[in-house]
Design a protein around this ligand. Structure first.
Ligand SMILES: NC(=O)c1ccc[n+]([C@@H]2O[C@H](COP(=O)([O-])OP(=O)(O)OC[C@H]3O[C@@H](n4cnc5c(N)ncnc54)[C@H](OP(=O)(O)O)[C@@H]3O)[C@@H](O)[C@H]2O)c1
Length: 362
């Protein structure tokens, strides 16, 4: 259906708002919403963080209610009782409670399980629902979400830090951190907005990390160690701090000793098969967004398997020299960084004294 000029302007503004959530909300779709009356914008909202408030709810909360002659423009069909994610209450209920009587939708939910459910619920309650002509919302806003619906794995973010000579650690072991305090804060902020964080056994054995988000996010963070040979010792901090979050120890079948108390062991017949075994299992367990923090062997394995959606790379102004700590031998993984699979460079920012590359494949 054709939109009137106020509807079209509000929807275009909602698209611009949705774009602000890109990189922060995946695998959820970025969504924007505008509450308006004629040419007057009453409130705006967008989905700003994975697991956080949805765009419609944010706009309605900002408005503190809606006058009866207001319209809500939203880039994507809202979630309904049938479609609501576990993390947020259904937006359709919030719209009905707000008193909005007219809604303009940019796109219908592409998820066949939920498609049209909110439209039916709103119309059933007497709300006028106007769907925008095809192409009103640019394809980029839903491309990642559409791809995610077809995949049997979580959305994967890969993060690493390196010096100017490409080294991932100080071979002399003098500097524990390569990246700046500002960059490390960004990583903690990211941890607060994922379902799980994974590292390889090499990193646990050498660095003994806790893998918590500090400050903690609102959601529980599953800490995963990928350790086919079960080499990580029971005294590792990850294993001795169950109060700081659940731990999943991924090993080959019958490898090593039983798991320490409070640690869940996931035994896989093919623990190194990321695309075929580990990632589908994590998705089944409700991991929608996974942060992979290395080390270099694990990073190369994820890149080689072609299962990285976004990467954050911090390049610090240091040259370590010497032997050891070299960048991963990417081998086939290089294909995700060059040639036809080369990522889109979403942004290059400064983070303290580091250069911060955000790369994106979907
Ligand atoms: N600069 C950074 O961003 C950064 C980040 C993290 C770590 N680091 C540094 O990296 C160093 C450790 O490097 P690393 O390469 O030994 O550690 P790693 O990548 O953390 O762990 C490597 C181990 O992971 C296991 N693994 C589990 N699943 C795998 C899979 N699908 N493919 C390949 N291996 C898999 C392998 O052992 P199994 O065969 O037993 O499974 C392998 O030996 C530390 O010095 C740490 O400080 C740097």
């Amino acid at each position: 259906m054709d939109l009137d000029p106020h509807d079209a302007a509000a929807l275009a503004r909602a698209v611009a708002l949705a774009d602000r959530g890109r990189g922060e909300v995946e695998p959820n779709p970025p969504v924007g919403a505008v509450l308006y009356r004629g040419a007057q914008v009453l409130a705006e909202g967008f989905h700003a963080a994975y697991g956080g408030m949805h765009a419609e709810a944010a706009a309605l909360a900002a408005a503190g209610g809606a006058p009866p002659d207001a319209t809500l423009a939203v880039t994507l069909e809202p979630c309904s009782a049938r479609a609501a994610p576990k993390k947020q209450p259904p937006c359709t209920d919030a719209i009905l409670r707000s008193g909005v009587r007219r809604v303009v939708l940019g796109e219908i939910d592409p998820d066949p399980r939920h498609q049209g459910a909110a439209i039916a619920a709103l119309r059933g309650a007497g709300v006028e629902v106007v769907t925008a002509p095809a192409g009103s919302v640019p394809a980029r806003l839903l491309a990642g979400f559409r791809a995610h619906l077809l995949r049997d794995r979580p959305y994967v973010l890969l993060k690493w830090a390196q010096g100017l000579d490409g080294r991932w650690r100080d071979p002399r072991g003098e500097e524990r951190w390569i990246s700046s305090p500002e960059s490390r804060r960004e990583v903690h902020r990211l941890r607060a907005h994922v379902d799980a964080v994974a590292v390889g056994s090499g990193t646990v054995i050498e660095d003994d990390p806790r893998l918590t988000a500090r400050p903690a996010g609102e959601r529980p963070l599953l800490r995963i160690v990928l350790d086919a040979r079960a080499r990580v010792a029971s005294g590792a901090r990850l294993f001795s701090t169950p109060e700081e979050g659940a731990v999943l120890w991924v090993t080959a079948q019958s490898a090593g000793p039983p798991p320490p108390a409070g640690v869940e062991r996931l035994e896989l017949a093919r623990p190194h098969d990321l695309a075929g075994a580990l990632l589908p299992e994590l998705r089944r367990r409700g991991v929608g967004r996974l942060l992979v923090e290395g080390g270099p062997t694990i990073a190369a394995a994820f890149l080689a398997a072609g299962v990285v959606d976004r990467a954050w790379v911090f390049v610090a102004p240091v040259v370590h020299g010497g032997a050891g700590g070299a960048a991963p031998a990417l081998g086939a993984g290089g294909a995700m960084l060059a040639g036809t699979m080369r990522p889109e460079v979403e942004s290059v920012e400064r983070s303290g004294c580091d250069a911060w590359f955000k790369l994106c494949w979907s």
